[in-house]
Design a binder for this molecule. Structure first.
Ligand code: MF3
Ligand code: CO
Length: 290
């Protein structure tokens, strides 16, 4: 058995003695663990220097999505969006994290209407009037990762689809309000799920969010249907995505057999998603990427 000496430097890299830094914090987490809660491991707690580097990555990701937002319109192909993302990310000396990630062939995910997520850009797919499309961007800058996505309404979108897009954004925002230290990921999830259901929509169960920052996808896996007081304890320094996928009809989804990526709603009805990357702070949260 090895005990971290209270007079040694803290594991977080602050340069302070452990007893003056994260000692009480670790004791508090240990107490929650003994009470039966799921608690984060030490490698889920970002250090100040990691947080700084991840913020820099996020600046690029936000700039790339802003660039897309200014240009996306009817008649644009999803391949053009992919080109914008690749070129703009490169301009900031960064790389798109999706490219070659577990064999993913493109720089961004573009998911239209009944596509839930992981839509692959193609020169054959043209945005048309009435489409709703999610553009999901992720950036690797100096080995640090950022991840966010936004919905875009193309031309005249039906009131039903517009409501889906708006309610999904509200779900993300209501979930965000629940992000604070010594709460649980389930508090955030229930806020998301309650609002979706109150509007007659269903939250996708099988695909969740994730820790992010030092890797593209880190633990924990993040549910948006869990109940208040369940799932992992949130502690300062944790970073994860809020990225609920909300369906107009059934929550059931399936993966394209041919490309092994594209996820569709089982009933062919539309789906929407917004994604932000959030840091748990001492007194609440900081939105790192949007
Ligand atoms: N950006 C997606 C997310 O939010 C992940 C896409 S994985 C990819 O987690 F390989 F398809 F890019
Ligand atoms: Co993500």
């Amino acid at each position: 058995m090895h005990f971290l000496n209270r007079n040694n430097p803290c594991w977080c890299g602050s340069g302070l003695k452990y007893k003056k830094c994260h000692y009480d914090f670790d004791q508090k987490i240990a107490l929650y663990r003994r009470q039966g809660h799921i608690v984060p491991s030490q490698d889920m707690i970002k250090t100040q220097s990691q947080i700084h580097a991840i913020r820099e990555s996020a600046k690029v990701n936000v700039a790339v999505l802003d660039y897309v937002a200014q240009r996306i319109k009817e008649g644009v192909t999803t391949q053009e969006i992919d080109n914008w993302v690749f070129e703009q990310t490169a301009k900031y000396h960064a790389t798109p994290a999706p490219l070659n990630f577990e064999g993913y062939p493109k720089s961004v995910c573009t998911s239209i209407n009944e596509v839930v997520c992981h839509g692959i850009p193609s020169p054959d797919v043209v945005l048309k009037d009435g489409d709703i499309v999610n553009v999901d961007c992720s950036t690797n800058l100096n080995g640090y990762y950022s991840d966010s996505s936004r919905m875009f309404c193309i031309g005249n979108v039906s009131p039903e689809k517009r409501k889906l897009v708006d309610v999904t954004k509200e779900c993300m925002e209501l979930g965000l309000k629940e992000v604070k230290p010594w709460g649980f990921l389930g508090d955030m999830a229930q806020a998301v799920n309650d609002h979706a259901r109150a509007n007659g929509f269903r939250v996708v169960v099988d695909i969740g969010g994730h820790g992010v920052g030092v890797e593209f996808h880190e633990d924990p896996w993040v549910s948006y249907v869990a109940r208040k007081g369940t799932e992992m304890l949130m502690v300062p320094g944790m970073m994860f995505t809020i990225e609920p996928m909300i369906n107009m009809g059934t929550e059931e989804v399936y993966v394209d057999e041919k490309d092994d990526w594209t996820v569709y709603t089982a009933d062919g009805k539309p789906s929407a998603q917004w994604e932000i990357q959030v840091l748990v702070t001492e007194d609440g949260h900081e939105v790192i990427c949007w």
